[in-house]
Design a protein around this ligand. Structure first.
Ligand code: ADP
Ligand code: MG
Length: 398
């Protein structure tokens, strides 16, 4: 549904948009050809709702669950509104993590196939000199993490004076405590008459309030007021104990339907420890968290997404927006600290209409945290006993 804040009480009057043919959204022939080539048959609902007003230059607050095509929802109108002849850095897309910056840059580059517009990703952990080289060769669009973008602005390798469109992807994360000062300072350095687009899976009120300081009369395109779990996800929890957690995890991973499993933990320390423990038991397992070098993170991601390593341990760093196909299982080795975090993690499986399984391990005191998630997300997480995961011997005799 769409509404301006002043019309919020009339929201019921708007139909929730469904998928439509891209041809009805007012796109150029070039863009229609590109999306067809990418195999996009119809727009996703957030695209149906956000593309037309964004093409008109409106500021947009867009909220839809993970995997619902938000990147193209801002990427398509952004590309349509830029002009190759208008010089460099016409659009800025801010992302919370390096992986996401790379992924969004890739998708924008694909969407820009016929637009003569160049997009460059700029993020921490990668040599600045190489990025400066890429920027010198010309970037109409910069996709960046806030810290590194700040560095480039200070070094004057990026100039924000020409920015006509600013996008915050995963906006709730971009405006939370860690990032907000950097992000707000960047937005203040962009021209005031720019267009501002904000997208996220969850849009709490405080984010909206903060965002409004940087937007002009934005239109909200929201597909659900409460965050959603994709319908293809089956959610379970398994009760275990601290002493038995590792055994429980191993037993789940042994199941033949586990093709590619993303295993979330709360801290880097747990991640490191779990990797050592699992490798000692003979499981090749990748790891990704904020203390690893960029090269290590990229390698872990590549091995995992290419199916060379079946299991990947991740902290919340990896839970945002990553689009890896075919993750069959998301396993919460630790219960996520907030319901939103749960949603973002579980959103890593059952992407784009596929199916997936999410399993959360809980120790006895943690059931309440899980009930919170259920209430908040209007969802149900079913209990499974450990017997639901037969040992190989049992399977053989069964
Ligand atoms: P979100 O940011 O909402 O989590 P993404 O933008 O990462 O979702 O999109 C998820 C996947 O869906 C991507 O692989 C993207 O290429 C694909 N996708 C986007 N729009 C469409 C569409 N209209 N039809 C089919 N696939 C799409
Ligand atoms: Mg996204």
């Amino acid at each position: 549904m769409r509404f301006r804040p002043s019309e919020a009480d009339e929201t019921e009057a708007f139909e929730t948009p469904g998928p439509v043919a891209f041809g009805t959204l007012g796109l150029s022939v070039a863009m229609l050809n590109t999306v067809a080539e990418l195999g996009f048959l119809e727009s996703t609902p957030i695209q149906t709702g956000a593309i037309p007003p964004a093409l008109q230059g409106e500021d947009i607050i867009g909220q839809a669950h993970t995997g619902s095509g938000k990147t193209a929802a801002f990427g398509i109108p952004m590309l349509e509104r830029l002009d190759e002849r208008d010089g460099y850095v016409q659009a800025l897309v801010l992302c919370p993590t390096r992986e996401l910056a790379v992924q969004v840059n890739d998708e924008i580059t694909r969407l820009a196939a016929r637009h003569g517009l160049k997009s460059v990703a700029v993020y921490g952990g990668d040599p600045v000199a190489r990025q400066i080289d890429a920027l010198r060769r010309g970037a109409h669009i910069v996709v960046a993490t806030p810290g590194r973008l700040g560095d480039h602005v200070q070094r004057r390798s990026i100039n924000l004076d020409n920015v006509r469109i600013a996008v915050l992807d995963e906006a709730d994360r971009m405006l939370d405590m860690g990032f907000a000062p950097d992000v707000e300072s960047i937005l203040r350095q962009c021209p005031q008459n720019r267009q501002t687009l904000l997208f996220s899976a969850t849009m709490p009120d405080w984010v909206r309030r903060l965002a409004l300081r940087h937007m002009q009369d934005p239109i909200t395109v929201a597909l659900s007021t409460t965050p959603e779990i994709a319908t293809g996800v089956q959610q379970f929890y398994v009760q275990t104990t601290w002493a038995d957690k590792l055994n429980t995890l191993a037993r789940i991973l042994e199941q033949p339907d586990v093709l590619l499993a993303l295993i979330f933990v709360e801290t880097k320390r747990t991640a490191d420890l779990l990797q050592v423990q699992m490798e000692r038991r003979g499981y090749p397992i990748g790891i990704i968290h904020g203390d690893l070098t960029q090269a290590e993170r990229t390698r872990a991601m590549e091995q995992f997404s290419a199916n060379h390593v079946k299991y990947l341990i991740a902290t919340n760093v990896a839970s945002r927006g990553l689009d890896i196909d075919d993750i069959s299982h998301v396993i919460n080795y630790d219960v996520p600290s907030t319901p939103d975090e749960y949603l973002h993690r579980v959103g890593r499986t059952a992407r784009a209409g596929r199916s997936g399984i999410a399993i959360t391990l809980i120790t006895p005191s943690e059931i309440l945290k899980l009930r919170d998630v259920e209430r908040h997300a209007h969802t149900q997480i079913e209990a499974l006993g450990i017997d639901a995961f037969p040992l190989p011997d049992d399977r053989a005799t069964a």
